[in-house]
Design a protein around this ligand. Structure first.
Ligand code: BEZ
Length: 210
């Protein structure tokens, strides 16, 4: 099933390293980062899972729950987690879904047969509190993802939802932002009483609200 931005993230039941979960019930009204890795006991995946574990405070500050997945078993995940803690310095502190029957992997189209017909690619789904998919990423097995970029996008999405601003190229937290086109100047004047830098009628720059 191809999932696109704005689609409802499908619900599922799954065994994880933290017990059986119903995805939507587990997630409740948080944001979620659901991500797959190709295989337990592999080097790039080990670094990714360790880094993601080290972001626990960053995820919590953004009301985000992380959850991993591969087609390995929960037993393998638990055994591999020992290696991750020892080599990466962070114990995995979020659930890892064991999906040997590929139920969730198929539901989220995480197996791309022309890349590998048995293992999940490196998929990322950022899902908002209303269970809508807000970001999808697909990386090849040989390239570790940039989890700081995932946080950056979540920051951008949360700013858009709260303040009706968009973020420009290479924006990082604290940089100036852009008033979204759907907000006309009368509305903008209410929302940004200190004004904005109107470089073009469609390009209205303001300091990042907080
Ligand atoms: C890795 O995590 O290192 C890896 C996994 C599958 C294929 C290639 C690399």
């Amino acid at each position: 099933m191809t999932l696109r931005l704005g689609d409802l993230a499908p619900d599922f039941n799954a065994a994880t390293t933290q017990g059986l979960i119903d995805f939507h019930s587990w997630k409740t009204d948080s944001w979620a980062v659901l991500f797959s890795h190709p295989k337990d006991f592999t080097p790039v995946c080990t670094t990714e899972l360790g880094y993601a574990a080290g972001l626990a405070e960053q995820f919590a500050a953004r009301n985000v729950k992380a959850i991993g997945l591969s087609v390995d078993s929960v037993t393998d995940h638990l055994s591999w987690a020992v290696d991750i803690a020892e080599t990466q310095g962070h114990a995995v502190n979020f659930p890892m879904i064991g999906d040997p029957d590929r139920v969730v992997a198929d539901l989220y189209d995480m197996i791309h047969p022309n890349a590998n017909d048995t293992l999940t690619v490196r998929s990322v789904f950022v899902i908002d509190p209303a269970n809508k998919i807000r970001l999808t990423l697909t990386y090849p097995a040989s390239t570790g993802r940039n989890f700081d970029e995932i946080l950056r996008v979540i920051d951008s999405l949360q700013l858009t939802d709260t303040y009706k601003v968009a973020t420009p190229v290479n924006w990082t937290n604290g940089d100036d932002v852009i008033i979204i086109p759907a907000i006309d100047n009368d509305q903008a004047a209410q929302m940004f009483p200190d004004g904005w830098d109107e470089q073009r009628p469609y390009l209205r720059v303001v300091p990042q609200p907080s």
